[in-house]
Design a protein around this ligand. Sequence first.
Ligand SMILES: [Mg+2]
Length: 199
Amino acid sequence: MEQSVKVLFLDRDGTINKDIGSYVSSREEFILIDRADEAIALARQAGFRIVIISNQAGIARGIVTPWQVDDVNQYLRELLALRQASYDRCYYCPSHPEYPHPEYDQFLDCRKPSPRMVEQAVEDLRKEGLVVDLAGSFFIGDKVIDVECGLRAGVRPILVRTGHNEEALCHQRRIFPEHVADDLYQAITGYILSPPSAS
Ligand SMILES: [Mg+2]
């Protein structure tokens, strides 16, 4: 039987963990943003599935290896486990248009702002009998490309002011998120999980 699920699609670097100005290649470089883990735990308790959608072009550029990216993602899983939380799936795009790579160019159309990775997640969840309620799902990220990806995928985009905080750029490019929050914790507790006021 099919089950309808709501999903929080989350950018990783600058949204869950601190942006370090370069590609995160080790556990030491992965530093959670304050209360991001707690926020993810609360969202899961409220019934949301958690899917991470990340551009990791450092792979095509030869700065990080897929093994390192996987290990950092595993570390995030371990950190979330301390909060009795986890993520359901994680997708990352290794490609970059300016850094051609024989192995990774086939994934170029996955790179955010393309909604391809979100669509892939929806397809994969479907195989488990889970139908994603797009109108009840969100994409949270720190960049214009995250907002655009969410809009193109048909989910509700939220921009966070951590990481690159591209709020001004969103206005400039007229790519508007539904909501702007100071950080992931505020986005989840102050907007997604808080009922609209009765005013
Ligand atoms: Mg980011």
